[in-house]
Write a protein that binds this ligand. Structure first.
Ligand SMILES: [Zn+2]
Ligand SMILES: [Zn+2]
Length: 181
């Protein structure tokens, strides 16, 4: 049974109810019914901020705020600021498989389309689903895929993220089957 803890910052509280389905669908894909999920508030992210307000994803993943430190869980940290790694201006998400920790930034995923006044919830949910599918793929041992449509392809911007399908390609599915044996 996989114990999954989802940690979210204050600014994301209003979205969490609608994100639950997204997470559960991705967990079902990888873990079948063998998982339980709990939700927690993520406090103390200020100490990971750089001078331009971005979060250093490596610091957060290697040294998360106190309560999240006890092991045996898959921890997913959801933040509303941009996150970065050395060598990147921003990334959408980062996974550290040995520690079973994932950081996902909603900063860009929540970006509104310029022609509509309202946030398109289904677009945001689809983007988040792709990110969760991609990062969980890394967690269970998948690498990046050369197939641009595959959810395991690396996306350097929203356009690339939006053009992927939300599932792994046949080649990745085959790898997954080998990994689970
Ligand atoms: Zn990746
Ligand atoms: Zn693939």
């Amino acid at each position: 049974m996989h114990s999954i803890r989802i940690w979210f910052v204050d600014g994301l509280e209003e979205y969490m109810e609608s994100f639950k389905d997204v997470f559960n669908a991705a967990f079902k894909f990888y873990f079948d019914e063998a998982f339980n999920v709990s939700y927690y508030r993520l406090d103390g992210v200020d100490r990971y901020l750089d001078s331009s307000g971005r979060i250093n994803a490596k610091d957060l993943i290697l040294d998360p705020p106190d309560k999240s430190e006890d092991g045996g869980h898959i921890d997913i940290f959801l933040v509303d600021r941009d996150i970065y790694l050395p060598g990147f201006t921003y990334v959408f998400a980062v996974t550290h498989p040995p520690l079973s920790r994932i950081v996902i930034s909603l900063f860009r995923l929540l970006r509104k389309y310029s022609l509509v006044e309202f946030e398109d919830e289904s677009v945001v949910k689809e983007r988040l689903f792709k990110e969760v599918m991609h990062e969980l793929g890394h967690l269970v041992g998948l690498d990046h895929c050369d197939n641009k449509l595959c959810v395991m392809a690396f996306s350097k911007n929203l356009k690339e993220l939006d053009s992927k399908v939300p599932y792994p390609c046949e080649v990745c599915i085959e790898k997954l089957e080998k990994l689970s044996k």
